[in-house]
Design a protein around this ligand. Sequence first.
Ligand code: NDP
Ligand code: 2IT
Length: 447
Amino acid sequence: MELSSTLQEEFDIVVRRNPGEAEFHQAVREVLESLAPVIDKHPEYVESGIIPRVCEPNRQIIFKVNWQDDRGRVHTNRGFRVQFNSALGPYKGGLRFHPSVYLGIIKFLGFEQIFKNALTGMPIGGGKGGSDFDPKGRSDNEIMRFCQSFMTELSGHIGADVDVPAGDIGVGGREIGYLFGQYKKLTGRYESGVLTGKAIGIGGSRARTEATGYGTVYFANEMLKLSGESFDGKKVVVSGSGNVATYAVEKVNQLGGTVVAMSDSAGYIVDESGLDFEQIRELKEVRRGRISEYVDANPSARFIADGSIWDVPCAIALPCATQNELNIGGARALIKNGCTLVAEGANMPSTPDAIRAFTSNGVRFAPGKAANAGGVATSALEMQQNASRDSWSFDHTEARLHEIMVGIHARCYETAEEYGTPGDYVMGANIASFLRVADAMMALGVI
Ligand code: NDP
Ligand code: 2IT
């Protein structure tokens, strides 16, 4: 899509100032492509420099993380925390541990997080962090030593009212526990609200583990309701098999759908009779196994190492693994096989040409910053519980999550209508969130 001349100039500056950061450029461009009608209506945003200001992180911290493996060998990794925008509240966003991590990935995730967090309606700014550390094959003790070393550097930059990290790829409850333990030791304070995604016994929130996957399915369900449909009886493909994917599967099953395929970076499994949530959870969350092992106990399931999960016919696709995992080839295969709805559980899993293919072929499409916001929204609920030294029931927390997802869907849908692009959730999500961030930045003055 073409950008107007003002927006193209802003985009060119971002590309020039952030060389080699392709994912960051992609995320910025996708937001700018939605903003033409906004700056027409609000020239004051341009006059106040809101666009270049929102594209520049407030602070970027890069640090060395030395740690020793079980054989005593020393390793050196790189740690990141990008504190992107705090107009709406303390920086908030996850930590990713994956060998592909570099500054451009953390900046794309941090930029997306600003707008996602704004959509939740809660008082949280946007940030992201992580490391190029590869947790695969590492022992529990190695993970602990890495987390402790990472936190030794990070601890001076975070705080319950400053910056509140959580999990993302490669970082779950175990890692958050070790990070929190080290923060507590270094500061001498039991500052529960400094991290979210904690285990229940150390100040975590019920339903946080489930929240992102559940939230994505709730969002998709709201989209289906508009045409009088539901998940009932529908075939669903869920990519990935980590935290988000696993709990998306549980909620699809609860709503009567059948998940026929899941994946990891080695390949995908397919079973027309439906995948068993409890077995998946036990295999992935408890045993930390590979998705291929599912076929050992399930003769009707097959593992396919060299292929694309998007070739599996389905009515609904939920990409829940990683950025740019669903490209134009995947999109064409989904469309050809009759897929009518795509909701992103991952961050930016669909490439721009895949998204264009969906919208021009009548496939309803929900971008990650709207559809996966249930995770961070429940993190904000964890912050609320920590601040009031309270602990809510699962049912109460899940009901709040559901209400928040229904609200995000309505805001995106209504904003798309108001700006003349009915049914376009990309426009709705980008515009509704940008307005909230821009208004807060205007109110705070030039700082
Ligand atoms: P996990 O680490 O629990 O799981 C990640 C899954 O994605 C694994 O199955 C992994 O396979 C697969 N994967 C990761 N990288 C690649 C890759 N390069 N190619 C193919 N498969 C890959 O992470 P989460 O479930 O937490 O995160 C999944 C997505 O959801 C990410 O995009 C994350 O940013 C996003 N997200 C997460 C939230 C959360 O609360 N956790 C909230 C909102 C969004 P393998 O094991 O083979 O690497
Ligand atoms: O991408 C995301 O929204 C997350 N990884 C969750 C962030 C959080 O602070 O809970």
